[in-house]
Design a protein around this ligand. Structure first.
Ligand SMILES: Nc1cc(-c2ccc3ccn(Cc4ccccn4)c3c2)[nH]n1
Length: 252
């Protein structure tokens, strides 16, 4: 998968050089290209923002600069992926559609993602309108809180998508077991996890996990996941009622 990121803070993405994403890049599973938005300005101050039409606080990012940057990055990607290739344009914003595991799975199936993290009060809305005419352009929110810009959201999305790519997670870890992944654990939060020692500061590991009885362990884990989900995210259990409770679940 090719990923292009255009930002006035490309250094924000240094974390993508380390750990799982760094290894995925070294192994050629993920091909990330960073671009400095200001490289597409033409004034001495390398200006990327201006005052909002209609007044109001803050500044809005200029459409001309973003348009030149996105056009150039598309041309660059096409040199590698083919003359007709087009990216999925993803613009993080508090007003976007929710970024969920389902959306992450959708993006993981794409050959090319182009992220446009903004600053200030966002990007002139005509930019998404312009590109939405010829490619899939999504305005996406990673949660109901307001960040200072889109870069942190891009880090979150690249990690959530990148870990789904074949070969990124070791064999020991299957994305099928993820919370929110389709299937048996869909819409259930992860339950508690333990490792050695069996007793730590007087806290014991639940006996069932030391029993070696795989059936009982699986049932205990699902019960604990259901208990935690009921306690912390009851609205997810409503979905389970429709899609995923089995005959033993009612006991929790
Ligand atoms: N889930 C999300 C996404 C964001 C996000 C994404 C991009 C930008 C560019 C600027 N801001 C600050 C901003 C935007 C609008 C109103 C007030 N502040 C952003 C915030 N916050 N929370």
């Amino acid at each position: 998968m090719r990923v292009d990121i255009i930002s006035i803070f490309p250094e924000y993405f240094a974390p993508l050089d380390v750990s799982l994403m760094g290894k995925a890049r070294e192994r050629g599973i993920l091909d990330i290209h960073l671009h400095q938005l200001r490289d597409w300005t033409h004034d001495v101050h390398r200006t990327v923002d201006d005052t909002p039409y209609g007044g109001g606080p803050g500044m809005v990012m200029k459409p001309e600069v973003w348009g030149e940057a996105v056009d150039a990055v598309i041309d660059g990607g096409r040199a590698a992926l083919g003359a007709d290739a087009l990216p999925r344009l993803i613009v993080p914003t508090p007003s976007g559609r929710p970024f969920t595991q389902e959306v992450a799975l959708e993006y993981a199936g794409e050959p090319w993602l182009l992220f446009a993290p903004a600053r200030y009060e966002g990007i002139d809305s005509r930019v998404v309108a312009e590109y939405g005419e010829r490619l899939r352009a999504d305005e996406v929110s990673i949660g109901d809180y307001v960040l200072a810009g889109g870069e942190a959201a891009v880090l979150v999305m690249v990690e959530a998508v990148g870990r789904l790519l074949p070969g990124v997670l070791g064999n020991a870890r299957s994305v099928a077991d993820d919370s929110f992944a389709p299937g048996a654990m869909a819409n259930l939060l992860e339950g508690p996890v333990y490792t050695k020692p069996p007793v730590w500061r007087g806290h014991e590991v639940p006996e069932v996990l030391l029993s070696g009885h795989h059936g009982r362990i699986a049932r205990w884990r699902r019960d604990e996941a259901l208990r935690r989900t009921l306690d912390r995210r009851p609205e997810l259990v409503a979905r389970l009622d429709r899609d995923g409770l089995d005959k033993h679940d009612r006991r929790v």
